[in-house]
Design a protein around this ligand. Structure first.
Ligand code: CA
Ligand code: CA
Length: 152
């Protein structure tokens, strides 16, 4: 009996997360980031799982590599996770070029965050592009302006 219960306990541990530590940590880290985030802001992070904040913005930023706004020199082409704590109901449209150019996709308010952009694409625009380490501008838009293009 004892051996059986130890075995069952081990199986229980595996089933509750030991096999999937990354996915469990991913949602936990971004859940915590969302709880701690200032209301009204859009966040982008250098790493996956809401790690290492690049910037946080209530407005738009036309160029993540210039010297103004919430995102500045060196923030472009780096984001690997995003967080949306907007309160207006608007979505955030992200582009792979500055000045809202190139390929794009959106994160809607109800998504809360995208913990790993490495498995997403900026599917709208000229040819599409990987979503990770490409974003260089963003703006708030009506979700219907995003059509079917949303990050998950
Ligand atoms: Ca900027
Ligand atoms: Ca990065």
């Amino acid at each position: 009996m004892r051996k059986i219960s130890v075995l069952l306990a081990t199986l229980g541990l595996v089933a509750t997360g030991a096999l999937f530590p990354m996915s469990v940590q991913a949602s936990t880290a971004c859940d915590n980031a969302w709880d701690a985030a200032k209301s009204g802001y859009f966040f982008a992070y250098d790493a996956t799982n809401c790690g290492r904040t690049l910037g946080a913005d209530v407005g738009n930023d036309v160029d993540w590599n210039d010297r103004t706004g919430a995102f500045q020199q060196g923030d472009g082409d780096k984001a690997e996770s995003l967080l949306h704590k907007g309160t207006s109901g608007l979505a955030v449209q992200v582009f792979d070029h500055a000045h809202f150019g190139g390929n794009w996709s959106c994160i809607k308010k109800s998504e809360y965050y995208v913990s790993n952009l490495l498995d997403d694409r900026l599917e709208a625009g000229p040819g599409g592009a990987p979503a990770a380490n490409t974003i260089s501008s963003h703006r708030w838009v009506n979700a219907k302006d995003c059509g079917v293009y949303f990050l998950h």
